[in-house]
Design a protein around this ligand. Sequence first.
Ligand code: HEC
Length: 115
Amino acid sequence: MKLALVVLLFLPGAAWAVDTDAATGLIKNPGWQQVRAHCGGCHSHALVTSQRADRQTWLDIIRWMQETQNLWQFEPGTEAQIIDYLAANYPPRSNRRRAPIPPGLMPGAGAVDVQ
Ligand code: HEC
């Protein structure tokens, strides 16, 4: 019971370390106002924050919206800020599987010469 309380008290602390805008859910790091201004007009900002992608893929998503969804063109500086922000704050999720165990560390590897 006590442990549960401790967990409840401290777990959310980690989430609060990232400062997010209450209205949009965007992480408040450099460039976030550009994304607030340009990326919430047609769909929720949640569509942005739920996406994870590398730089090139973010750029591809923007180009796709420009070509097919009437997204406007950006000044080069503005576009760079948006892409920098997206790539830095919403990068691809890391692969959380551990690496395979080396054969030499498997049970019995020391005693038997595994082919
Ligand atoms: C002119 C309208 C418009 C604006 C502005 C806009 N989008 Fe979109 N976006 C769309 C439409 C339409 C879709 C497709 C929605 C759907 O599938 O329901 C979309 C989809 C997306 C998706 C989902 C793509 C996928 O593969 O599912 C992401 C991520 C996204 N937009 C990010 C952004 C970002 C980042 C910005 C700001 C640079 C932005 N959008 C601005 C129209 C827009």
